[in-house]
Write a protein that binds this ligand. Structure first.
Ligand code: F0G
Length: 369
């Protein structure tokens, strides 16, 4: 073996193993000695300074929490690992969820790792191709219903509340309290990376589980004295799903932000509480605003997130332009999922490849060099 390889091998055995998320934040999570050590490498996602975009938007201290770098490519993994581990601890045989795609991809992966049955109920025809594939690849049973997310959630709630037999089935949507507990760890990581809480936390809002989780995380770190302040929470819904306060049926599937197009957010009341306690705001952003942020993140920051994720940055741009954000403030925008999940929307950004013969001259010629 070469010396270099030997050195690398030594480094690998002596460097500390990356801790599991549940282990690292055990003091803040509902973990017991009976909780199985589940983990696919969730958490520890990067906080990236969006120098170019932040400056262009008039908020130079804009940071991005890149949750797309999670095992299944979305923030759901933080909460799912806790929900599935607790379900196993409680003796469950199957997990079930309704989803616009990311929850189902995450449930399918953690269910596969835990060796239990996974059933996902999806609104037919409204799931991004990559997300559907993730659930199928992991072997989940996928049921497509003619309806929207709200219909699918109603069905899974009834299925778990009124079981037909003595099967032990656990609901792993964000109404499962363990999901929120796991997801709050993202707020902990933000505080650790910045050395304190940011002034603002901007986040896409669908069912409002994630905004609830971040607010809980920041509040807990302040309560125990690890940070002195908490951020103003800025939640952004997709236009058509908003306003959060009213709740109404959503029927138009033709939108770039299907993942967060939810008429009646399950944790809507908690999101409003987060807004009010933090002195923040909840607003809507249009498809056009979301797509512009989605493209700019890829082109100027090198971060290809999924369209719904870009609602956070679209919202910051809108709020900054309206003078609702202090330009000197530290802002963290959460990018909830990775762009590869949705190749069809991604295609709208893509210029067709240039065709050339495999020669230097031909390639030079099509490049105009
Ligand atoms: N961003 C993405 C990419 C999402 O998939 C979701 C929710 C959200 C943001 C909103 O988070 O619901 O906690 O407010 N997706 C759910 C799903 C509904 O089924 O995957 P929330």
């Amino acid at each position: 073996m070469s010396q270099v390889l030997q050195q690398l091998q030594r480094e690998q055995t002596t460097s500390r193993r990356r801790p599991r998320l549940m282990e690292r934040f055990a003091d803040f999570l509902p973990i017991t000695t009976a909780t199985p050590p589940l983990g696919l490498g969730e958490g520890f996602t990067p906080l990236v300074h969006a120098r170019t975009l932040g400056r262009a938007m008039g908020v130079p201290l804009l940071y991005l929490k890149v949750e797309g770098q999670s095992p299944t490519g979305s923030f759901k993994d933080r909460g799912m690992v806790v929900a599935v581990a607790k379900a196993i601890e409680e003796g469950t045989q199957a997990i079930i969820c309704a989803s616009t795609g990311n929850t189902s991809a995450s449930a399918a992966a953690y269910g596969a790792a835990a060796g239990i049955e996974v059933v996902v109920i999806l609104p037919r025809g409204k799931i991004a191709a990559g997300k559907l594939l993730q659930a199928q690849a992991a072997g989940a049973r996928v049921v497509a219903v003619d309806g929207n997310f709200d219909d699918a959630l109603r069905v899974v709630r009834e299925l778990t509340e009124r079981p037909a037999d003595d099967r032990h089935v656990t609901l792993v949507n964000s109404v499962n309290p363990h999901r929120i507990e796991g997801q709050k760890t993202a707020a902990f990581e933000v505080c650790e990376d910045l050395g304190g809480a940011p002034d603002y936390l901007a986040i896409p809002v669908g069912n409002a589980g994630n905004i609830t989780a971040y607010w809980r995380g920041f509040s807990e770190y302040r309560r125990v004295g690890l940070v002195e302040t908490t951020p103003r929470m800025l939640g952004f819904q997709a236009e058509g799903a908003a306003p959060l306060v009213l709740g109404h049926d959503v029927d138009d599937p033709q939108t770039v932000a299907t993942a967060i197009r939810i008429g009646r957010p399950a944790s809507g009341a908690l999101a409003l509480q987060a807004r009010d306690e933090s002195g923040g705001l909840i607003d809507s952003v249009s498809d056009g605003e979301i797509l512009a942020a989605y493209r700019d993140l890829a082109r100027h920051e090198g971060i290809f997130c999924e369209p719904a994720s870009a609602a956070s940055v679209a919202g910051v741009r809108k709020a900054a332009a309206a003078g609702r954000i202090d330009p000197g403030a530290t802002i963290v925008a959460v990018l909830t999922g990775v762009g590869l999940k949705d190749p069809d929307t991604g295609a709208s950004l893509a210029a067709p490849p240039l065709d050339a013969e495999p020669t230097v001259e031909a390639v030079r010629s099509v490049l105009g060099w």
